[in-house]
Design a protein around this ligand. Structure first.
Ligand code: UD1
Length: 359
């Protein structure tokens, strides 16, 4: 069997790591195509080297652009690659523009498409990720769902017959790296200047278009983080840096200490060292949950609803409306409630390979 993975953005590289490792244990051929949606070393190269992913077989070098330009460029560039490789399956990951382009390019040429992390829904049609995941699910031949909730969404859209619950591959990689970090097999993360790793700090990220692309909203979020009573390590995505600069907003303010994004092991270590997480990232919400740190999600909804159980994660889209409850929420201690295994047992990637072979 030949499987061609299409990846391009940071969270897809994290998901690719356990999939590539699972393929490496088999005789199947796994071809990695990097679209080039993310090209900064901090968002791309460090994940290949840090997670031991083989170098991409093909790099499309597409880069940034408006949604249409970026999606269209990936689509066009994939045509000759698919023609040359003729895979049995095209595997697309998550909900980025690279995901949608990979799915559309493949179905147009009659290659079978499998969607990893299928069935997630925010029901917020203003998010680019929501269009990407809905359209990809409906185009794909095989839907590899991470959770029971995702399976329910797929069934509600008439897609149950093509759906398989495999668990979440992020658990595979998160728990393995957590154990390596605990065993001191990684160097300490480079936290932003001004953050003392031995004193309590909150770990923050902010990159969603809904939060970064409006000057007033971004300014209010920065002020809310800066007003917290503990230092906040802000690992700044290039999109955030670019938008803040464009709007004339300073990221170094009050309790807020901006720094560069971290590689995967650095991120896991930074979560483990933190008192809690404040984020709009889907992956980080889940990592906080898996690693037992309380989280605030700066969005009105989440696709990972299981993290909300037991108050491990709290949705706070507009922190400035909460008054004194905001710092109390952001610095609340870890709940004493248990966390179950809604995201699976850490063997999802092996299951993905088995399901692809058997389908
Ligand atoms: C993309 C995904 C989002 C995912 C995120 C993870 C879409 C629609 N969005 O958002 O779902 O959560 O990746 O990080 O696909 N930039 C750089 N260097 C890079 C890449 C981007 O400086 O290597 C800057 C550019 O200013 C660019 C902006 O970030 O215009 C946005 O990049 P883009 O790839 O469009 O989306 P992300 O915000 O990264």
């Amino acid at each position: 069997m030949k499987v061609l993975s299409v990846v391009g953005a940071r969270p897809q590289l994290v998901k690719l790591a356990p999939i590539a490792a699972a393929f490496a244990e088999t005789d199947h051929t796994h071809v990695i195509v990097h679209t080039g949606q993310h090209y900064d070393a901090d968002l791309s190269d460090v994940f290949f080297s840090g997670l031991g992913i083989p170098d991409p077989d093909v790099h499309l070098g597409v880069g940034s652009g408006s949604h249409g330009v970026q999606t269209g460029a990936v689509l066009a560039a994939l045509d000759p690659v698919l023609e040359l490789e003729r895979p049995d399956w095209v595997l697309v990951y998550g909900d980025t523009n690279s995901t949608l382009a990979g799915a559309v390019a493949a179905v147009k040429q009659h290659y079978r498409v499998a969607h990893l992390e299928a069935g997630l829904r925010s029901f917020n049609r203003r998010m680019p990720e929501e269009h990407n995941r809905v359209l990809t699910d409906h185009a794909a031949d095989l839907l590899l769902a991470p959770t029971e909730e995702a399976m329910r969404h797929l069934a509600a859209e008439g897609l149950a017959g093509r759906s398989v619950l495999v668990g979440d591959v992020m658990v595979d990689v998160c728990l393995r790296v957590r154990d390596d970090v605990r065993a001191d097999r990684h160097p300490r993360p480079e936290l932003p200047e001004g953050i003392d790793p031995n004193a309590p700090y909150l770990l923050a990220t902010l990159h969603r278009a809904e939060n970064t692309d409006d000057a007033a909203r971004l300014g209010a979020l920065i002020e809310a983080l800066a007003a917290l009573p503990v230092p906040v390590a802000l690992l700044a995505h290039p999109r955030l840096v670019a938008r803040a600069e464009h709007f004339g907003l300073k990221l170094r303010l009050g309790a807020l200490y901006p720094g560069r994004p971290l590689g995967y092991a650095g991120m896991i270590a930074a979560v483990l060292g933190s008192a809690g997480v404040v984020t709009d990232s889907g992956g980080l919400q889940k990592e906080a949950y898996l690693l037992g740190r309380p989280c605030v999600t700066l969005r009105p909804e989440t696709e990972w609803v299981e993290t909300l159980d037991g108050d491990w994660n709290r949705l706070i889209p507009d922190p400035w409306t909460l008054g004194a409850e905001w710092p109390a929420a952001a610095t609340r201690p870890a709940p004493s409630t248990g966390r179950g295994e809604p995201y699976g047992d850490g063997q999802a990637a092996r299951r993905v390979v088995d399901v692809l072979r058997g389908s």
